[in-house]
Design a protein around this ligand. Sequence first.
Ligand SMILES: C[C@@]1(CC(=O)O)c2cc3[nH]c(cc4nc(cc5[nH]c(cc(n2)[C@H]1CCC(=O)O)[C@@](C)(CC(=O)O)[C@@H]5CCC(=O)O)C(CC(=O)O)=C4CCC(=O)O)c(CCC(=O)O)c3CC(=O)O
Ligand SMILES: NC(=O)C1=CN([C@@H]2O[C@H](COP(=O)(O)OP(=O)(O)OC[C@H]3O[C@@H](n4cnc5c(N)ncnc54)[C@H](O)[C@@H]3O)[C@@H](O)[C@H]2O)C=CC1
Length: 224
Amino acid sequence: MRHYPINLNLKGRLVVVVGGGRVAARKAARLVGAGARVLVVAPVVEESLAALAAQERVLHRCRTYQPGDLAGATLVFAATSEPAVNREVAREAGELNILVDCVDLSEDGDFVTPAVLEQGDLLITVSTGGASPSLSKRIVDQLRPQFGPEYGEAVALLSAVREKLLTEKVGNAYNDTVFAALAALDLPALIKNGQRDAIDQILLKLSAAGAAPGSVGAGKEDPS
Ligand SMILES: C[C@@]1(CC(=O)O)c2cc3[nH]c(cc4nc(cc5[nH]c(cc(n2)[C@H]1CCC(=O)O)[C@@](C)(CC(=O)O)[C@@H]5CCC(=O)O)C(CC(=O)O)=C4CCC(=O)O)c(CCC(=O)O)c3CC(=O)O
Ligand SMILES: NC(=O)C1=CN([C@@H]2O[C@H](COP(=O)(O)OP(=O)(O)OC[C@H]3O[C@@H](n4cnc5c(N)ncnc54)[C@H](O)[C@@H]3O)[C@@H](O)[C@H]2O)C=CC1
């Protein structure tokens, strides 16, 4: 394995994207989705980036890259169409100890971005270590039909149950039993088949030892 997999929480962090074409736009849109503060440095930006800038969801510095543009960044994307500029950006990032993704030559960078399948908080990512981005994309496209919106709902429900159990100071052994029982269920299938009453019954049964599911039920009515 050439890369170490990690899912970053970039909420409120400054990320600088140098370049404003199709590739920069793809990276910037996902960064905005993750709650990062995004600065785009480019003399020309494509339509979707211009729209994000107009909505003040990214900051656009409308000129070519200059040394100093990376100040304060947590991450950097060198995403121009000029290899020499991308190298220069990578060099400055290295000096500042900021991790950089060089979109035209992964060997010059510190990280690469994977193809992504997202359903709520479920994140399935595929990478080939830079060998074949289009294969990464194809694998995600093949997985997409198997992981519909019910997976997002299942994750949200599991998260609520988990938070409730962990904040109710129920014994660890009890929690372990409940988590194991929940993990053994095919919750996404139950959700997909509309079996919300069945899920609420299961949650009530699991909570019999003391942790009422309360507001975490799957049905429209609060089961508690
Ligand atoms: C190393 C990496 C660096 C990085 O960008 O982080 C990188 C590098 C390069 N990509 C190139 C080409 C293409 N990239 C795509 C698409 C995607 N590229 C993505 C990631 C990555 N691309 C990282 C490694 C990912 C991995 O490990 O597999 C995806 C998965 C995610 C994303 O962009 O965030 C996204 C899918 C988005 C989606 O799901 O929709 C397409 C297809 C398309 O655009 O439809 C093509 C054209 C077809 C082809 O060439 O395969 C070139 C050659 C450029 C040239 O010819 O000059 C380089 C440079 C090089 O190879 O060195
Ligand atoms: N990683 C990936 O997913 C992919 C990477 N690529 C690589 O990424 C490069 C960029 O691709 P696109 O976005 O499609 O190119 P593009 O031609 O659409 O956009 C290039 C952008 O770079 C900006 N730019 C040029 N010189 C600059 C400078 N000195 N300072 C700041 N910005 C500058 C331009 O204003 C423009 O916004 C390609 O040249 C290719 O090598 C291409 C396809 C996919």
